[in-house]
Design a protein around this ligand. Sequence first.
Ligand code: HSE
Length: 427
Amino acid sequence: MAKKQVRIALLGFGTVGSGIYRIVTGMRDEIARREDVELSVARVLVKALDEPNTKIAEDQSIFTTNFEDVLADEEVSVIAECMGGEEPARTFIMAALNAGKTVVTSNKEVFAKHWKQMEEAAHLSGAGLYFEATVGGGIPVIRTLTHSMQGNNVESIMGIINGTTNYILTAMSEEGREFADVLREAQAKGYAEFDPTADVEGFDAMYKISILASLAFNTRVPIERVYREGISKVTKQDIGYAREFGCAIKLLAIAKMKEGRIEVRVHPTMVPLEHPLAAVRGSFNAVFIHGNNVDDVMLYGRGAGSLPTASAMVSDIIIACSGHEHRYPLLDANGDGNTFEDDWESEFYVHMKVLDKPGVLARIAGVFGKHQVSLASVIQKEPDSNDTAHLVFITHKSREKAFGAAIEEIEGLPEVSAVLGRLRVEH
Ligand code: HSE
């Protein structure tokens, strides 16, 4: 019997788009045999016809610089968007969905910002909307949440979902180098973008955790509700002190549901060295999910890159054309009815430079106590001059606002030269 033919269009032919082309053409026969569908790349939207990657295609007539050519091709039923950025990706995705074409995307920014609008358009036209590659590159984390954990209430997610920052923190930790130095080298090698803001300041992780938290808690978690702090203030001294407390520093994206309240945050975090996330090195990603019945699940793999990301998108394409009805996650309304927690509890690490004289430690401890912040441990480091010392504290679980108020008061003490670092600790 003739197999189903599916003609795909790619929007963008950079790292990810060319990866999809390679998998679809290189595995055409295996996919046809196993999945009963013959995939072909029929159209590719590029910025210029002489882009370097276009050379890999046998048939140069698939390339166009005009989106209308893609939209008007009635034989194309699936559009894989891998351009990145908000516009024109949003406009193209909306036009495709409105025209009834199924969209598969790896674009976390456009998806996190416009998911609701896109899903409404998909519902109306009956098109599919698939986004496995928006989080964790090749790691099947979206389908794990939507198709493999339905018998659970997801209680928490903690993830390393940005490879660039994990690469930088790993190099800082293993080579004892400062942030700016590692970043410069990563940029020179092409591991970090020329403008690294989206990665190092936590925007990329913010988009991704907003998508994961929405699926985990079945409600929309808009990016505006995600607390965000990047890694640019982490120092090699912080990393050294964290290790003395038996911890690594990771940029974690965290989402928790506690007594009906949702907390979602991205920030550099101290995690005990025994925690599985502490062992995730380099540009790898990992997501640690806790469900009330399954207990802990951890997924690990390549969060970016040509073939890993394309692997997730090809899987979406195959599922999209498998003949099943398209499914859209059933999220409660638009999240307006949710209670978001912005005064969450965690342990804290704080490093300060103080005058080394009698009574200083007691005075600082007194301020913490006044704000109901209980101290778990303190170490005093060798003074770097005769009359100064470095104090490093770890607190017991405290509320965010209480800790912030204590630090503000401590920064005003005449004996405190500077609060040099502060981090949250998770277990
Ligand atoms: N820039 C991302 C990262 C990959 O560093 O993980 C794409 O989401």
